[in-house]
Design a protein around this ligand. Structure first.
Ligand SMILES: [Zn+2]
Length: 519
């Protein structure tokens, strides 16, 4: 509809009057909210304008691409965490480094006092899936090297972009409270959060916004995924000439193999929500020497209430295997142990409202062509990137197993929900070269930027609406009554700092040389 200029002026006058009445009202602050609607609008506007600046989109895009190039495995994310910390420090955040005994773990804070709103971020890669960017066919940059096959390069970056945007808005609009970013290493091996929680890192946080890269924009609530115990069982035997005097030896590898046979038989008698898998990490050096050392690394997964019982039964398989093979079960090292996710409904609803506010990015023709060519290669429907957000729907009552995230620990400490933001190609396979190839360049930048906007707007809702925060905390307190947090970590468990060190040392130089992502 076209309006007459005179009408336009009238409309402007009416609008400004409404706005100033709103501002007056806002200055009084209504009883539900710390800010009136107009001031909250202004607060969100400051954050969103910052994130909409094309130079800012590029700035965080370049950070995400640099972390994509580093492709550092869990516990070895030295360059990735340094880049994120430097960016936060440059914006005036106070950064605590080496948190919870992990060199690549950090907490960045800005502001003071309550409420304290947290944003989570990850930045670790996966082994073996090195891949050239935007290349719709498998083509490693460095054969066998790691790659970002779960979009964590975008996630840590989206998290800091959101935290910085919130800080800018708090400064410009005189908002009180604290914004914190929790730099969480080694999510792929589920390590950092149980140790961060054990060290009290989240103790003053009122609510937490988590994020994950995806092809959609969505959020969820309720219980999902599996709880996990990640355990390395090591057997000790006796060496001997494998042909000359085998009767003198006791094979530690036999211990491992018998344990695996026993635990595979165990599957038949486990409740169907379980998952159980292992890799042999040490099994001897040569066939003609009876191996005296062998180790197997297990992921034992089930629902929170069935995990510890399942672990005991797998442990019995290990003990039985030691007896049968005449070896000793030398060490049992629990690397990590985590709960299922219990995401907050109130937090998911807050995130969803802001997803609707922000909407999906606009994809260019070139980006859509790439998405379709990758979908073609994967034998998927050639539909390109999605154009609509996904509506929030109630969780399923049925637990069917599935993957895990150590975000589960945080969901039991404070009201938490996860925003899935776009940037990935629908049909790409997780932990696979197809996800690596799409997590770089402009579509990924746009996706993480949209994610940062939704997170920043949600954090501003939580910072400025005491009633909303109170409701979210009440829901959490109700749930916690029946589900109090109790760590699955055994006493004295330590984060495995050397995990992935050898692998990273092997590939780091070649990756940096060929990747060209040095900043
Ligand atoms: Zn992931």
């Amino acid at each position: 509809m076209r309006t007459h200029p005179f009408h336009r002026i009238t409309l402007i006058i009416i609008f400004s009057t409404v706005l100033s009445v709103n501002l007056l009202f806002a200055q009084k602050k209504d009883e539900d909210n710390y800010l009136g609607k107009a001031d909250l609008y202004k607060a969100k506007k400051s954050a969103l304008e910052y994130l909409s600046d094309s130079l800012i989109v590029k700035k965080y895009g370049n950070i995400s691409d640099a972390i994509w190039n580093y492709a550092e495995l869990g516990m070895q994310e030295f360059k990735s965490s340094a880049l994120l910390m430097k960016t936060l420090e440059e914006e005036g955040f106070n950064v605590e480094k080496g948190v919870a005994g992990m060199p690549t773990c950090f907490v960045a804070s800005w502001g003071s006092g309550k409420p304290v709103i947290g944003i989570l971020g990850e930045y670790d890669a996966l082994p073996m899936i090195s891949q050239k960017p935007l290349t719709p066919a498998q083509m490693p940059i460095v054969d066998g090297a790691p790659g970002h096959g779960c979009g964590h390069n975008m996630m840590g970056t989206a998290g800091i972009a959101a935290a910085i945007a919130v800080k800018k808005s708090m400064e410009q609009n005189n908002l009180s409270g604290t914004i914190k970013f929790f730099g969480s290493p080694a999510e792929e091996t589920l390590i950092s959060r149980p140790y961060m929680v054990r060290d009290g890192v989240f103790k003053d946080v009122d609510a937490v916004i988590d994020n994950h890269a995806s092809s959609d924009m969505s959020t969820s609530y309720g219980v999902n995924g599996t709880a996990v115990m990640s355990v390395v069982f090591s057997f000790k035997g006796k060496t001997a000439h494998a042909a000359g005097a085998p009767w003198s030896g006791r094979s530690a590898l036999d211990g491992v193999e018998l344990m695996n046979v026993a635990s595979n038989y165990l599957r038949e008698h486990l409740f169907y929500t379980y998952r159980l898998h292992y890799v042999v990490t040490e099994g001897g050096e040569a066939p003609n020497v009876v191996p005296d050392k062998a180790s197997v690394w297990y992921y034992i997964r089930n629902t929170d209430d069935r995990l510890e019982e399942m672990y005991k039964r797998v442990l019995d398989c290990a003990k039985g295997a030691a007896v049968a093979s005449g070896t000793n079960l030398d060490t049992i090292v629990v690397l990590t142990a985590i709960h299922q996710r219990h995401s907050s409904k109130g937090m998911a609803e807050t995130i969803e409202k802001n997803m609707e506010l922000i909407g999906m990015p606009e994809w260019s023709e070139k980006e859509q062509l790439f998405a379709k060519s990758l979908q073609k290669e994967l034998g998927e429907k050639e539909e390109g990137y999605p154009l609509k957000i996904k509506a929030l729907h109630p969780p399923s009552d049925i637990q069917v197993g599935g993957g895990s995230s150590d975000v589960g620990e945080v969901t039991l400490i404070a009201p938490t929900a996860t925003l899935n933001f776009p940037g990935g190609v629908p049909g790409e396979i997780g932990h696979h070269w197809s996800t690596v190839t799409s997590g770089y360049s402009t579509a990924a930048w746009k996706g993480l930027n949209a994610g940062a906007k939704v997170m920043a707007a949600s954090a501003l809702d939580l910072l400025t609406k005491p009633k909303l925060l109170e409701e979210v905390k009440k829901e959490f307190a109700e749930y916690s009554k029946d589900h109090p947090y109790k760590s699955f970590l055994p006493e004295g468990a330590k984060p495995p700092l050397n995990l992935n060190k050898e692998l990273m040392d092997k590939y780091r130089d070649a990756m940096l040389k060929l990747g060209g992502g040095e900043q």
